[in-house]
Design a protein around this ligand. Structure first.
Ligand code: ADP
Length: 189
């Protein structure tokens, strides 16, 4: 079974590419960011807890996120997995390993979309105008980059050490051109 982690800094194109991939492959798909935004919209307990953290550009606790992922994986036992926005800390990556092992699902592979930081900032500011996401303002974006560098970049190293890491150019080319490379990579895994 495939367990794919679509990885990259904020604005790298994980959500865009996930949508394209899902038209071609039958993945069980989870975006932790999307789930959190929907919880905020519904103002559930979790949503209320997460709202302030997300609007500041910080990370929601590993405990909450891992619980969410665990129940998702357990409820999709025989499907290939596509994870978007998770794991975002080394502790989340270790927890994921444990969940996959306990479900006999094999290992996870990271595919990272690499994009220059200046380009990321431009993309996110442009998205702010179109989608109006509350965390897409310059101050929050800078904090999201800082969190990414302090906590999330280590996740790539964690999978590199396991030989379970592939890097793709997420910058040059249209989303469709990038998706062609991404689909080939997925087919070859
Ligand atoms: P982006 O990748 O553009 O920053 P996401 O939609 O993936 O956006 O995430 C938005 C916010 O949701 C993050 O800044 C963070 O606060 C929270 N979040 C999402 N996934 C996680 C996670 N795995 N661990 C902790 N916080 C998360």
């Amino acid at each position: 079974m495939k367990n794919i982690i679509l990885f990259g800094a904020p604005g790298a194109g994980k959500g865009t590419q996930s949508a394209i991939i899902r038209e071609k492959f039958a993945f069980a798909y989870i975006s932790t960011g999307e789930i959190l935004r929907s919880e905020i919209k519904k103002q559930t307990e979790l949503g209320k807890q997460a709202e302030e953290i997300i609007n500041k550009g910080q990370l929601v606790s590993d405990e909450i996120i891992v619980g969410m992922i665990q129940s998702f994986i357990e409820s999709h036992p025989n499907e290939d997995l596509l994870l978007d926005g998770f794991p975002r800390t080394e502790q989340q990556a270790r927890a994921l390993d444990g969940i996959l092992a306990s479900q006999n699902r094999g290992n996870a592979t990271v595919i990272e979309l690499k994009v220059d930081k200046e380009v990321l900032m431009q993309r996110l500011l442009k998205r702010a105008e179109i989608e109006g996401r509350k965390d897409d303002n310059e101050t929050t974006i800078k904090e999201r980059f800082a969190q990414y560098e302090a906590k999330t970049a280590a996740v790539a190293d964690y999978y590199k050490a396991k030989n379970a890491y592939v890097e793709l150019d997420g910058e040059h080319g249209t989303p469709e051109q990038i998706s062609v490379l991404l689909c080939k990579t997925i087919e070859n895994l």
